[in-house]
Design a protein around this ligand. Structure first.
Ligand code: PRX
Length: 630
């Protein structure tokens, strides 16, 4: 029944894989979803529980401010936890967690429900209510899952800041969201050391005035400062009688905000992407079920961080909505040795592994023996996300990790899309390096400068032409920017910011970002964030950042810096500037390279032409220079 594909290197699924998967005939499902788009999604939504049904599936009167499941009432946490607790699934493991120091914990659905209720009561006791923003700055711990679910349960909007971000990045996000409560861990283990999350938060809070309460979750137990009247230990509040009270999930409108998550954009400060209870729930539930083909007995591991959209959708919400067992690991993949991941897959019998190309390339560098000495026969499916996967890494992942038996789901999506958008399913023929085709029912296209579809195999702007349930609803606090950023370049189409081409089989190949976003190890960073961190150093007048290809990270950050008059250009200063960016934005943003320059190429209106810097660094033709000032 395999499809006939006409171009490229194709990996066809095994007959057994097709026979056992939820979606056996992708073409039939796609046809159905295209012809019955709203019905397709309402059927998916009906697999979940609603306190009140919807009156309308999609409302597009005020587009691009689309609404989904209009009039319906639900709470995503009800579907993640309460729904399962009513069934024999209550005793099934929801979460298996391993700390970097070898500690391990497990939570059944019943236990995760109990702990979430406790956490929600503690938040309520601090005065948190529906619509309040709560910033969460933690490591990969079971408590981050509870903290997120607790917010959603009482209708508060969580804003998770990745634990690898640092002082200024955290400050900016707290201030923009106007959070009154911050949930933080004392620290997290990473590569045998402690990441001092609470110390970083203390410094950020000196700059941010909105926070009244800091709830501190104990993980490392190292010495931290507790400011009296502001800081409270979670474990102390959790033992108070108030914590064990009943706490039914707040009845939320399908369109009520669930969370905001900051991500880097073209210019200026990070944008708060807003997602909602109803559509996001249906989108993440359905895509995870179909793409990772979730089965009753699965143990699923998404190795991302909860602080990024991958973690929100496919560590926290998607897996719990599907009632599956998730595995979470706190630390670094090569700690203490490069076989840590493979050891855990063997120990816990993981069936599905979902990670990023940068991690695959990093693990590949250590050699096959670290992998092959472990029994990885439990693995059934593999996944990749965050940046294009180069065919060499794809094949290594397929042959060595997957033993030639596990299809790779290369999923393309974004913080803004909330759910997988271009992705295979296990029954779909694969081509290494392509995420195959849009998820059933989605209309995507590749356009030229004028907005016309380009021919097959030509490069253009990747756009999405119909609304989807888990789509971004707005940029929190800045609806104009939402319209401007995503819907103004090609009216009626959502601009992804990526360039792509489509081959003769309709398979899409992502080329990369066409804006000032740099993908470093799959992390999304804006040139503006790195540049403003550099300029905040007393010796720096101006700075430009670009991404250049890097073997493991995909891209590495290179910076060009103009120093204040009279400051000596030394190697020590270069190191100091790298450290400064690490301290302000986070270790992931540390430049690989700092170059001192006397001027930067600019347009006549004063915009830095990063494309010129990039071309020069790569020794290629910079293209049209007509707008260059000098
Ligand atoms: O450039 C694309 C790249 O990651 C961007 C979105 O980044 P972020 O919002 O941080 O979300 C990452 C995780 C969903 C996209 O615009 N990207 C994501 N997945 C892929 C990818 N590029 C190629 N292939 C992918 N599978």
């Amino acid at each position: 029944m395999a499809e006939k594909l006409i171009s490229g290197d194709v990996y066809f699924p095994a007959e057994e894989t097709v026979a056992n998967s939820h979606v056996k005939d992708w073409n039939a499902l796609n046809k159905y979803a295209l012809e019955n788009y709203e019905k397709f999604w309402s059927e998916r939504a009906s697999e979940l529980e609603w306190f009140q049904p919807w009156e309308k599936i999609i409302e597009d009167e005020d587009k691009p401010f689309y609404k989904w499941f209009v009039g319906a009432k639900t709470n995503i946490v009800h579907n993640c936890l309460d729904r399962h607790v009513k069934t024999p699934n209550r005793n099934k493991l929801a979460l298996i967690w391993e700390g970097e120091n070898g500690e391990s914990k497990t939570y059944s659905y019943f236990a995760l429900h109990r702990e979430t209720v406790k956490f929600a009561n503690v938040l309520k006791s601090l005065g948190v209510k529906k619509g309040d923003r709560v910033t969460i700055y933690m490591g990969r711990s079971p408590e981050i899952v509870m903290a997120m679910l607790a917010c959603a349960r009482i209708g508060a909007i969580h804003s998770v800041v990745y634990g690898g971000f640092s002082v200024e990045a955290l400050h900016e996000r707290i201030e923009d969201s106007q959070s009154r409560v911050l949930i933080v861990q004392d620290g997290a283990y990473q590569r045998g050391k402690i990441v001092p999350l609470k110390d970083i938060a203390d410094e950020a809070l000196q700059r941010a005035a909105t926070v009244e309460h800091v709830l501190v979750v104990k993980r490392t137990g190292h010495q931290i400062n507790m400011e009296s009247g502001r800081d409270m230990w979670y474990h102390e509040l959790a033992t108070l009688p108030i914590a064990t009270q009943k706490c039914p999930p707040e009845e939320m409108d399908a369109e009520d905000p669930l969370f905001i998550l900051y991500t880097s954009g073209t210019t200026g400060k990070p944008k708060a992407i807003l997602h909602t209870h109803g559509g996001y729930m249906v989108g993440t539930y359905t895509t995870l079920k179909y793409v990772f083909d979730i089965k009753e007995e699965d143990r699923y591991w998404c190795a991302a961080d909860p602080g990024w959209i991958t973690g929100h959708s496919y560590i926290v919400y998607g897996p719990l909505l599907n009632g599956t067992t998730s595995f979470m690991y706190e630390g670094a993949p090569n700690y203490p040795y490069p076989n840590r991941w493979w050891q855990m897959i063997e120990r816990y019998g993981i069936n599905i592994l979902y990670t990023a190309p940068t991690a695959i390339r990093g693990l590949m560098r250590w050699g096959n023996a670290w992998v092959t000495r472990h029994d990885l026969s439990s693995l059934r499916l593999l996944g990749s996300v965050g940046e294009p996967i180069n065919p060499e890494a794809w094949k290594w992942y397929y042959d060595v990790v997957g033993r030639g038996k596990c299809p790779i789901m290369d999923t393309w999506w974004q913080t803004e899309t909330g759910m997988f958008m271009i992705t295979p399913m296990p029954s779909v023929p694969l081509k290494p390096g392509s995420g195959t085709r849009p998820f059933p029912g989605l209309l995507m296209d590749v356009l030229d400068e004028e907005g016309k579809s380009v021919k097959n195999n030509e490069e253009g702007f990747l756009v999405i032409k119909n609304p989807w349930p888990a789509m971004i609803r707005t940029i929190y606090g800045d609806p104009d920017r939402y319209v401007q950023q995503y819907w103004s370049r090609f009216p009626g189409s959502y601009l992804t910011g990526d360039s792509a081409r489509r081959d003769d089989d309709g398979y899409i190949w992502i080329i990369g970002r066409v804006d000032d976003v740099i993908k470093v190890s799959g992390y999304r960073l804006g040139t503006a964030e790195i540049e403003s961190a550099l300029v905040s150093h007393p010796y720096v007048v101006e700075a430009a950042a670009i991404g250049l290809p890097h073997e493991v990270k995909g891209n590495a950050i290179h910076t060009f810096v103009i120093l204040k008059y009279g400051v000596e250009k030394t190697e020590e200063l270069k190191e100091e500037l790298k450290k400064h960016v690490g301290h302000e934005v986070g270790p992931i943003a540390k430049p690989e390279h700092v170059e001192f320059v006397d001027s930067l190429p600019k347009t006549r209106s004063g915009k830095i032409m990063r494309r010129v810097l990039k071309a020069k660094a790569l020794g290629i033709d910079p293209g049209n220079l007509s707008t260059l000032e000098d």
